[in-house]
Write a protein that binds this ligand. Structure first.
Ligand SMILES: Cc1cc2nc3c(=O)[nH]c(=O)nc-3n(C[C@H](O)[C@H](O)[C@H](O)COP(=O)(O)O)c2cc1C
Length: 197
């Protein structure tokens, strides 16, 4: 049997952190690295082998085009009808904060003997695995929802309008980054207990 232990993985997971999209350096993974990140992202626990998720990749000009053609009009129509031009321009540029944006769609099969909740959890696993894969390659990355995950016109543009479909999130991936700041992390003992307590 081949060696399966990867001692560096645990130390990486205990130290990894996100870089906010607002602070991402320019750049992003090249095509081979992005393919590897995506391949890792779809290798997740998936009860029933339903693959109840889809990923839409935005890179290059597609980021600005989606902002112009979808985000801007959706914001003006559904989020803030009196938004000034400066706000609309900022909203249109949302995906341009990162070199690559991955929209992860939760597209469960309902009804099905595999519970909806489990299929949705699997979409969360896709998000987290994409995030870990990008960060493990040294890229700044963050999982965001923002209004763009819930807006009906954005959902429609991503073919994610089914009654049980959801945008699980967007994985923003920027250039290579070191990140020296961290956020407060949960108190281990407040989270973890042993039964019987
Ligand atoms: C489903 C989901 C949606 C999120 N959406 C947002 C968001 O819209 N805005 C935000 O500031 N952080 C959001 N976050 C939080 C950040 O992605 C992340 O938790 C934080 O940056 C720290 O992540 P880290 O543990 O990788 O350092 C979201 C997290 C999850 C799990």
């Amino acid at each position: 049997m081949s060696e399966t232990r990867q001692p560096s993985t645990l130390s990486f997971l205990r130290a990894r952190r996100s870089v906010t999209a607002a602070n991402m350096p320019a750049g992003g993974p090249d095509q081979d690295t992005l393919h590897a990140i995506l391949s890792a992202g779809i290798r997740v626990p998936d009860h029933g082998k339903l693959a109840p998720w889809r990923i839409v990749v935005f890179e290059g000009e597609a980021r600005a085009a989606f902002g112009r053609d979808v985000l801007r009009p959706a914001f003006a129509a559904n989020q803030r009808t009196d938004a000034p031009e400066t706000t609309l321009a900022l909203e249109a540029a949302r995906f341009e904060r990162a070199g690559v944006v991955l929209a992860v769609l939760s597209t469960p099969t309902v009804p099905h003997k595999i519970p909806l909740w489990e299929q949705q959890l699997s979409a969360g696993a896709v998000c987290q695995t994409l995030l870990i894969a990008a960060q493990a390659e040294g890229f700044a990355a963050q999982w965001l929802s923002e209004w763009t995950a819930f807006d009906p016109d954005v959902r429609a543009a991503l073919n994610c309008s089914g009654e049980n479909d959801q945008i699980a999130g967007y994985i923003y991936i920027g250039g290579k980054a070191s990140n020296d700041s961290d956020r407060p992390r949960p108190d281990f003992d407040a989270i973890v207990s042993r039964w019987p307590s």
